[in-house]
Design a protein around this ligand. Structure first.
Ligand SMILES: *Cc1c(COP(=O)(O)O)cnc(C)c1O
Length: 398
């Protein structure tokens, strides 16, 4: 192999342009570096882009979920139904409020939460459902909203992967009670760290209080002539406001998002074309009623057709200088959740079985055509070397 001279193809590097850098510098030279005019502008532009009534910028996607749940009054002994096939912070925010995350299994094609299992998991203490639009593919929102309506439940969407995405023509960010987006470095839009909560104006106002110490500055308009110093503390709020430095990145990233998405879709098309006839690989499924954000391209290895496991597959791609990742290690396998709630791996068999086969390959707008070709070649090479020769159908492949 001559791979040694080749440069690395990282899994998901950020794409930050000169416009973002200039804007950050301008902000740093101004008199306002924390939450100010640029955050307000970013919130305005974001809510317009999504078509949501209101938006609140915060310091992470995790905090967007946290203040959303807090503003909805979630608390001790409440139960929130979500999935194990997600990043840990989806469940952590529920724990932070003293509530209980109740995991249910996913559907086999998209690995999104299974609405039938959500319905079965509803108990007297259930207050909310937290669907996660895994990999950018929207969940089955019609049945989820119907279950919520019937049982009077709130719906807080984890849309960390789902910017921009739509379900039956409706943008993610306009369907549930509120929706949390992440602008972490690897996400489709980045502010280094950051997040946004969308929802109706009243809810977003309450979440805003929770995001900044519970300090209500509206009071100064009522009580103070010059309005410069008076405030009231009405809640024991958190501290997770976004800064104007982060919003400087976000304003330009949002303008570029459609171009980024175009490139993501080109790469996705190249992967489908290249991998479509390889029986050792199962490719992502896109249901006809959705527009995916294509945050991740997740291959599922047909392990019975290969002589290696997923870990070795990742090692082989690494040897070819290609970065990969696993999204996610299901939460019910993680010591904290496993031990606290006594979960067994097989409690969520679809999550568990798929966990052993998933590998995310690079998908981001910085990939050149040459990068994409190298990734495709490397994946095909690894499959060809480690193909199980006696598996049915294996001889059909060149
Ligand atoms: C990234 C991510 C989060 C957390 O977002 P942060 O901005 O890093 O806090 C939550 N859920 C999912 C599914 C994620 O991928």
């Amino acid at each position: 192999m001559t791979t040694d001279q080749k440069t690395d193809i990282p899994f998901s590097p950020p794409l930050v342009g000169e416009e973002e850098i200039d804007e950050v510098i301008k902000t740093l030279r101004s008199d306002w570096i924390t939450t100010g005019p640029k955050v307000t502008q970013f919130e305005e532009n974001f809510k317009t882009f999504i078509g949501a009534p209101a938006a609140l910028a915060v310091s992470s996607g995790t905090d967007a979920m946290l203040v959303g749940l807090a503003a909805l009054g979630l608390g001790r002994d409440d139960e929130v139904i979500t999935t194990s096939m997600t990043f840990c912070s989806t469940a952590h925010v529920i724990e932070h409020l003293g509530a209980r995350p109740v995991f249910v299994d996913v559907v086999p094609d998209t690995l999104n939460i299974n609405p039938e299992l959500v319905e079965k998991a509803v108990r007297p203490r259930t207050r909310a459902i937290m669907p996660v639009h895994l990999y950018g593919h929207p969940c089955e929102m019609d049945p989820i909203m119907e279950i919520a309506r019937q049982h009077n439940l709130l719906v807080i969407e984890d849309a960390a992967h789902a910017l921009p995405a739509s379900y039956k023509g409706r943008m993610i960010g306009t369907i549930g009670t509120c929706t949390a987006f992440s602008f972490y470095a690897t996400k489709n839009l980045t502010t280094a760290e950051g997040g946004m909560l969308t929802g109706d104006a009243d809810l977003i106002d309450r979440a805003r209080l929770w995001s900044l110490h519970g300090m209500n500055r509206d009071a100064y308009k009522r009580y103070s002539a010059d309005g410069s110093w008076f405030y009231e503390v009405v809640l024991p709020g958190y501290k997770c406001n976004m800064t104007d430095i982060q919003a400087s990145l976000g304003l330009h990233q949002l303008r570029k998002l459609e171009a980024y998405q175009r490139r993501r879709r080109e790469v996705v098309r190249a992967y489908y074309d290249a991998f479509g006839d390889i029986p050792e690989l199962e490719l992502p499924v896109t249901r006809p009623e959705v527009e995916s954000a294509w945050h991740l391209y997740v291959l599922r290895l047909n392990l019975n057709r290969l002589t290696i496991d997923r870990a070795r597959f990742i090692e082989e791609l690494k040897a070819r200088r290609i970065g990969t990742s696993v999204h996610f290690i299901p939460l019910h396998l993680q010591p904290y959740y496993r031990d606290k709630y006594g979960y067994q791996p097989e409690d969520f068999p679809i999550s568990y079985d798929n966990y052993k086969r998933i590998v995310s390959v690079p998908l981001h707008p910085r990939l050149s055509d040459e990068d994409v070709s190298r990734i495709i070649k490397a994946v095909k090479e690894v499959v060809a070397i480690f193909r199980r020769r006696n598996s049915p159908g294996a001889d059909l492949q060149g």
